[in-house]
Design a protein around this ligand. Structure first.
Ligand code: NAI
Ligand code: 15L
Length: 269
């Protein structure tokens, strides 16, 4: 597949979308932006709800690939998750199929496997084929998204890289994030690798930097050509001094999904 040039970025007004709007053009992409919310300084951005099939189809028309970040990014009542994340992602895949778009990079999440116990001591890294164990309705929607991606590959030949993102923020802000952090620069590297690797079919990867305290196996991400350059370790001393080490016997510390297992942050809208 030749390197895609015009890429639809859904969720472009969000935290990750804003970071990627800054970083991805340096890789040569022309971004078409879509979000429910208008984006200041971006008058050409498509302001549309994923629920609006016609608007989604129009937004998809003519692009080479899609980075799909839009949706509810925290826990919410099932009905809201159903509309935004499940039906919305279906509308996007249908539009991509109808318009002949060859590849989607899907923002899955660690919360699709959030009930996986976190590795301790000399435990092996969590493999990419670990059974899915969603920790929330949100995580369940990401699990659905991965299945949808597999189905559209098997049935229609539409390729996807599903990236189970850890925590992509400018800096890690918790001890848990020391293991899951993906620096924005590594995030852009991974998205670029996901857009350009050949013959991905449906590939599932974990999305993080090369953290010293890594919990999961980056082999499938590296196989796409991803070469992470960052490590959360410089933040470790300060975060551990402030918050303490993760404790055995504390439920919110026991699983990959952390606090999402016990007391998930709730979507505010
Ligand atoms: P965010 O909540 O900041 O951004 C999501 C964006 O999607 C918002 O701008 C929102 O307006 C838009 N959106 C929501 N529903 C929509 C709809 N029905 N139609 C159109 N747009 C809609 O989330 P963030 O942090 O930027 O995450 C982006 C994606 O990556 C999300 O899918 C999230 O689940 C996923 N992810 C992010 C992680 C992170 O560390 N930031 C970790 C794991 C997954
Ligand atoms: C996610 O899936 C969320 O979208 C993001 O806001 C973070 O909470 C992240 O997971 C995490 O687990 O840190």
């Amino acid at each position: 597949m030749p390197a895609p040039r015009t890429v639809l970025l859904t969720g472009a007004a969000g935290g990750l979308g804003t970071l990627m709007r800054d970083l991805l053009p340096a890789y040569g992409y022309r971004l078409r932006l879509l979000d429910l919310r208008p984006i200041e300084g971006e008058p050409d951005a498509v302001v549309a709800d994923l629920a609006d099939k016609d608007a989604v189809r129009e937004a998809v028309r003519g692009v080479d690939a899609i980075i799909h970040l839009a949706g509810i990014s925290l826990e919410a009542p099932f009905e809201k998750i159903l509309k935004a994340n499940i039906e919305g992602t279906y509308h996007l895949y249908e539009a991509a199929r109808e318009e002949g778009v060859g590849r989607i990079v899907f923002a899955s999440s660690n919360h699709a496997v959030g009930y996986t116990p976190r590795p301790r001591g000399t435990d092996p890294l969590i493999p990419i084929d670990t059974p899915r164990r969603p920790d929330t309705f949100y995580g369940l929607s990401k699990s659905f998204g991965e299945d949808l991606a597999q189905f559209y590959w098997d049935k229609h030949g539409l390729e996807t890289v599903s990236v189970r993102i850890g925590s992509c923020f400018p800096e890690p802000t918790s001890v848990r994030m020391l293991s899951l952090w993906m620096s924005p620069a590594d995030g852009a590297r991974l998205l670029h690798a996901s857009l350009t690797a050949e013959n991905v079919g449906h590939t599932v990867v974990y999305g993080s930097s090369a953290n010293t305290r890594l919990w999961w196996d980056l082999t499938t991400a590296r196989a796409l050509g991803y070469d992470p350059q960052d490590d959360s370790e410089p933040y470790a001393e300060k975060l551990i001094a402030e918050q303490g080490e993760l404790q055995d016997g504390v439920e919110a510390h026991a699983y990959l999904g952390g606090q999402f297992v016990t007391d998930p942050p709730v979507w505010p809208y």
